[in-house]
Ligand binder design. Sequence first.
Ligand code: BGC
Length: 380
Amino acid sequence: MKPLNITSQAKSKRSDKSWYILSAGLIISVTVIFILDLQFFASTNFIRNTLNGKMLEVLSAADNFTNRFIDTMKHKLIIIDSDIPDSASEQHVTDRFSNHGNCTWPPLNLQGRTPLNRTDIPIEKLDKKYTFMADGHYKPKNCTAYQKIAIVVPYRDRQLQLRIFLNNVIPRIHRQQLEFGIYIVEQTAGSLFNRGMLSNIGFVQAMKDMAYDCVVIHDLDILPEDDRNFYICGDNPIHMATKVEKFKYRVPYHSFAGGISTFSRKQYEDINGFPNQFFGWGGEDDELFARIKRSNYKMTRPFDAHGHCGSVQHSGQRTGNDRMKMLQISRKIWKQDGLTDLEYNLVEKRRKQLYVWVYADINMAKVREKLKKLNSPSRK
Ligand code: BGC
């Protein structure tokens, strides 16, 4: 009789055991990865539309799970400092506002990243879709919002983009449970487009309506794709448009401050708003970044990948000033050029259902005349 090979039996038992442990480990890891990834899957329209009701229930439970998860890493932002690009550090948006409301924060029904809806819907239909808005304003019914936000959009002659803007931005801020007003600030014909000055006009006109906690200067054609990119203010100005589609979802340069940025009333006043002297395309956002720094604020950006924004293309604007030269001049005159010397003629302010239309006339010759005085050698 052959002697029992005890060692090889014991070996095979041991290898069975390790196999079980390995399989169990593998199953647990796959399950964990699956649960963590549910949010990603939940936000793809394809899956949402094709899965049956039961699965959708599971997915929305996962949505809530992820949203509660945000609580722990709530509003982490990256501090941007153009001089030291690698010094980006994380910062919590601390709550310095007196009234934080009692709406659940962060909200529970956020959808994560979802693609833009580019369907062109007539304004009458949008009015019917968003009946919760009146006079360009929305306020949550059963709770007090975390912050009151004014969305200020410099505008001229882009009706299609305006409809797409409304149809994307309204449901997103609504899901964020914020109180908000939308101000479309249109410049009359005749002079070059002035994004900075229209932003300043929007700020003044919004604050006349109510004490907003936060003003968001928002391009019409750059739209957030992610609900976790909150339309809120913090201790420092927040640049929300960090990963824009037209820039291949990358920040074009470290100090880029264009697209969408948020300011508390105090922050906007401290930096003296945007410059009024930049007519035509470009430069005003670079000067904005410089003003933030000069006023001892730090521009911040949303944490991680939440800053994705789609872009809705249109033909470019005409260039006006030599923006590089203007940036040089602005360094010296910024305290006299902005909110403090804002002059315009309010042609009309009309409250439509989805937005307040502010129609303003800017006298370009007069504004430029002022520049000559401010920049004259006798004042240096
Ligand atoms: C301009 C900015 C503009 C950026 C991205 C810069 O050269 O000065 O105003 O936002 O390019 O297009």
